[in-house]
Design a protein around this ligand. Structure first.
Ligand code: ATP
Ligand code: MG
Length: 415
């Protein structure tokens, strides 16, 4: 019989890398909380309509990437491809946006049926923040600084670059869209099949194309920055001014349009040169119209999401994990098991260190081999003779120090 394997593009995170994940996720949550953001958790499954209505019918995600199926009741459900739609759904459902400012963050798996490759998977993890009720540009700067703090804490700030752009408001985009359509129609023969289709459905997305043959054409296309109205221009100028004053480096990338329909005004990405095609580590922007569009009261909103796999690829060679203090308890004989288990409990409770108890018996030497493999710095040895004297032996596994006998009741002073 053939062994069952994981679905392509859906990865197991094995013990040798899960430590990075725990560390990175812990840090992300910690930093978000430092800025006053609170965690929100929403389901992995939602009604399909939530995503088609918010992300947009003609986006890559909705057109070809969603895991959608009918459940046993005949409802069309979708595994969440991103977090913003659910965040808004939950916020409206529970009245979180009603005359309030909300700073929220989430972390968890997302699902998109894409072609798997390095940095691109079908189940991947995102960490995201969303702020509601604030128009900016101060809040824009806040979440950029928050991301910058992650990079600094993870020591990868030299590997990423902040790119910003603005999409203006709805009227701006309508005007811009007309100019774009005209421009691409004049160059129709140069377009690839995908772009010809997008010219009809979502011409802004052509600007986002990664096809090398189109780059020259795209470079010379009209720029949205030339079509901004007064308000959007003032917002963007305000953003740039604060970024300049706090000396947060950025580049303006007029081609940055983002792949989801709901964005407006500020959009931004943190990109890296290290993971070739999959270079966006963190991406976001304003989506001021979406809460109202989804049935809530009109609320300005801004957020970003970062892909944790891409982040982990960047940090993996940068970080040395702190060595955990581990104690391995060697138990010689069945009569010391109960006493050993209790001793381990007391050390864990008192000393806040990790204690691995040898289970499954074994000779002294085989237990010490397991102790060594566990990474423990210290082995505690408990046999009948020690127990009779209410003592335990401390053996140092990584240091050249003699072993010593210690009274069980004094053991807590040694770690
Ligand atoms: P890309 O242009 O790389 O497809 P995207 O615009 O679809 O990215 P978003 O929807 O903005 O990405 O998601 C935010 C972040 O989530 C991305 O910047 C990236 O780090 C990560 N991400 C998106 N799709 C995937 C995926 N399939 N596998 C791993 N990470 C992903
Ligand atoms: Mg994508």
């Amino acid at each position: 019989m053939k062994n069952i394997q994981a679905i392509r593009g859906m990865n197991d995170i094995l013990p040798d890398t899960s430590r990075y994940w725990e560390m990175v996720e812990g840090l992300l949550c910690h930093v978000a909380i430092q800025y006053g953001y609170q965690e929100i958790r929403f389901p992995l499954l939602e009604f399909t309509e939530l995503f088609t209505r918010s992300i947009g019918e003609t986006t890559d995600i909705v057109e070809k990437e969603m895991y959608t199926f009918l459940d046993r009741n005949g409802d069309s459900l979708t595994l969440r491809p991103e977090g913003t739609a659910s965040c808004i759904r939950a916020g409206i459902e529970h009245g979180l946006f009603y005359n309030q400012i909300q700073r929220l963050f989430y972390c968890g798996p997302m699902f998109r049926h894409e072609r798997p490759q390095k940095g691109r998977y079908r189940q991947f993890y995102q960490f995201g923040v969303e702020a509601y009720g604030l128009f900016g540009p101060d809040i824009d700067v806040e979440i950029m600084l928050l991301a910058m703090r992650f990079w600094q804490e993870l020591k990868i700030d030299h590997k990423v670059e902040l790119q910003i752009n603005t999409l203006g408001n709805l009227e701006t985009r309508v005007k811009y869209r007309e100019q774009l359509v005209q421009y691409f129609n004049n160059n129709y023969d140069v377009l690839d099949e995908d772009s010809k289709r997008r010219l009809l459905t979502n011409p802004l997305r052509i600007v986002d194309s990664k096809n090398p043959d189109l780059q020259e054409l795209i470079k010379n296309a009209p720029k949205i920055l030339d079509y901004l109205d007064y308000e959007a221009q003032a917002h963007f100028d305000g953003l740039c001014r604060i970024l300049d004053e706090i000396k947060l480096p950025y580049v303006i990338n007029p081609r940055l349009v983002r792949g989801l329909d709901y964005y407006c005004r500020t959009v931004f990405e943190w990109v890296t040169t290290e993971i070739r095609a999959q270079n966006a580590v963190c991406a976001g922007g304003h989506y001021d119209g979406l809460v109202a569009q989804m049935g809530g009261k009109s609320t300005p909103a801004i957020g970003f999401a970062m892909g944790l796999e891409r982040l982990i690829l960047l940090v993996a060679d940068n970080l040395t994990m702190p060595n955990l203090q581990v104690i391995y308890l060697v138990l010689l004989g069945d009569d010391v098991i109960a006493e050993g288990m209790l001793l381990a409990e007391k050390i864990r409770a008192n000393n806040k260190v990790n204690v691995i108890v040898n289970c499954g018996g074994g000779s002294m030497s085989s237990q010490l081999k397991r102790a060594d493999k566990s990474g423990a710095a210290i082995a505690l040895i408990l046999g009948d003779a020690e127990l009779a004297k209410r003592e335990v032996l401390i053996k140092y596994l990584r240091e050249d120090k003699p072993q010593q006998s210690v009274k069980i009741e004094n053991i807590f002073n040694y770690f």
